[in-house]
Design a binder for this molecule. Structure first.
Ligand SMILES: Cc1cc2nc3c(=O)[nH]c(=O)nc-3n(C[C@H](O)[C@H](O)[C@H](O)COP(=O)(O)O)c2cc1C
Length: 195
């Protein structure tokens, strides 16, 4: 049990994101992906509204995904430089498996949308941890495309929006650690003010 606990702690302490453009395949098998999404769905959710969804983009849909991004780019930036168009080509064909995380809050509910969006973020984080636990590296990105109406409408129902594109694969080079917040800067012990 202690070993289990220390390996879980070690997973939590070592997870870090990979840059999606640097990931290589293969992505998870269908069974592994189902396990990841099951873990991701095991997320705190006030009111049990399930205010998030996952949309997978199959490898054989990547050309169609690129066509969608290119169309959205033309609409948002008709004079986009070739380099920008190339970037969307590359983005659509990043290796590994692509999961689009969709925020799907229930409007006009007694549970505030803010709390529902927090739950969506937690589901995304859970997916990153699940990917790591299964021996993969994941990267969560957004960019202009996450906010483009054409792209939103292709993945979301009205009122929903894209919370992120999560690519799951393997790093092509050793992942570098990034600076982490200094606890003393982000933790304080609350004291009631004397008024
Ligand atoms: C909602 C959200 C959107 C993000 N979008 C981008 C992005 O578009 N481009 C990017 O380089 N990093 C983006 N990031 C940051 C990376 O996913 C990641 O947090 C960063 O590379 C460090 O990862 P780590 O702290 O998990 O190691 C985003 C993170 C979140 C939570």
């Amino acid at each position: 049990m202690l070993n289990d606990r220390s390996s879980i702690l070690s997973l939590l302490e070592t997870r870090r994101s990979g840059k999606p453009r640097e990931l290589v395949g293969p992505g998870p098998t269908p069974v592994e992906l189902e396990q990841m999404l099951t873990i991701a769905a095991r997320t705190p959710d006030h009111g049990m509204l399930t205010p998030w969804r996952f949309v997978t983009v199959a490898d054989n849909q990547r050309d169609a995904f690129e066509a969608l991004l290119q169309q959205a780019l033309i609409e948002s930036e008709p004079d986009a430089a070739d380099a920008k168009r190339q970037k969307e080509h590359d983005f659509a064909h990043y290796q590994g498996t692509l999961v689009v995380l969709v925020s799907a809050p229930v409007p006009d509910h007694k549970i505030p949308v803010w709390e529902q969006e927090l739950s969506c973020g937690a589901a995304g984080m859970n997916l990153l941890h699940a990917a790591h636990a299964l021996g993969f590296t994941a990267g969560w990105v957004t960019g202009w495309r996450a906010y483009a109406e054409r792209v939103r409408a292709a993945f979301c129902a009205p009122g929903e929006r894209i919370a992120g594109f999560i690519f799951i694969g393997h790093p092509s080079r050793e992942l570098e650690e990034r600076p982490r917040p200094i606890l003393a800067d982000i933790v304080r012990h609350w004291q009631p003010s004397e008024t």
